[in-house]
Design a protein around this ligand. Sequence first.
Ligand SMILES: *Cc1c(COP(=O)(O)O)cnc(C)c1O
Length: 407
Amino acid sequence: MKGFITKALHIKKQVKDAYGALRMPIYENAAYEFDSSLELKEVSLGKIPKHVYSRSSNPTVEDFELHIKNLTGAFGVLALGSGMAAIATTILTLVKAGESIITTKYLFGHTLAFFQNTLPNMGINVKFVNVLDEKEVENAFDESVRVLFLETISNPQLQVANLKKLSSIAHKHNVPLVADTTMTPFYILEAKKFGIDIEVLSSTKFISGGGTSVGGLILDHGSFDWSKFSLLEKYYKKAGHFAFLFKARKEIFQGLGATLSPNNAYLQTLGLETMVLRVDRACQNALELALWLKNSKKVQNVNYPFLEDSPFYKIAKEQFRYAGSILTFEVESIEVAYRFMDNLKIIRRATNLHDNKTLIISPYDVIYPFNSHEEKMSLEIKPNMMRVSVGIEDIEDLKEDIEQALG
Ligand SMILES: *Cc1c(COP(=O)(O)O)cnc(C)c1O
């Protein structure tokens, strides 16, 4: 059993490179040609596995998928153009008009908007519950439910639900647990061990290697039996255990055109090679910064799941290697928050996560700009709260920057 970094670096090549290139080149092309019309026909019928057109598949993108599969042991992997493409493709593969999903409002802003606005317009019913309350989750299940969806650490509340318990509730109703693991990618969380059937994540974040490119991933852990799943029965007959990925790839992803570009696949494969080094460093920085901020008299309510006074300390320790690299804290007023953010010299005002650089935003203004004050407060988004995505800088420099900016 090889270690995580070794597996991230070394996979068996699908075909020998014509020039012996050690790194998979960027195949930046749309179409592929064939020696005979018969071969093209066989390939189109799916009898010979070859690339035909780069919206559907591409060698550089496939190489990225194979690296992820090798690294995670996932049953199957699909790389897409963004994290949102991964979420939309997964939901539309599993649910149709007249059916429902169960989820929480504690979600990434665009996921929440997709669930609140887009899905209902397509006739899909979205039931929002408190996923920390297992009774409430249980009671939301009925015959129409097809998916239980949540984020492993909600952003920016940093709420952590009990994955094993929720998974067993979902499985009792023959429903898969689909989780957005962007905050805790596979090195931090062994998704399958905790009952996650389908893992979706934004590879824009930790994987891309420092905010280099936008991308997304769907991982099927092979743990769910699709043979009796309403929308996939037809695909099960064709593809067996691959039913979910078969439909996701051949129908929904193709139809949405949610393709990852070869150039981004290249950057993200490169990022994947060093992900562990960056995750170790950023998460250790985040914990140290959280502990240090707690001792500061100028900030309040430091929130990070690996702080011992966090309500999620125990469950986070049980599920994750680290509590990620995102923390939040509050200052006395919105004016102080703005002055503080504007005074920072090293930490950048920008809205990505898991960049190599430390980034800061006010979620109240940036993630939910169009929601009412009442809505934001109901989601625990306060105007004087700031979210920090801790990077890989030297920790003393980050502390010094915060110290001087607090004045
Ligand atoms: C960024 C993010 C997404 C969306 O990913 P994109 O690559 O920006 O489409 C989804 N979920 C979470 C938790 C994220 O942080």
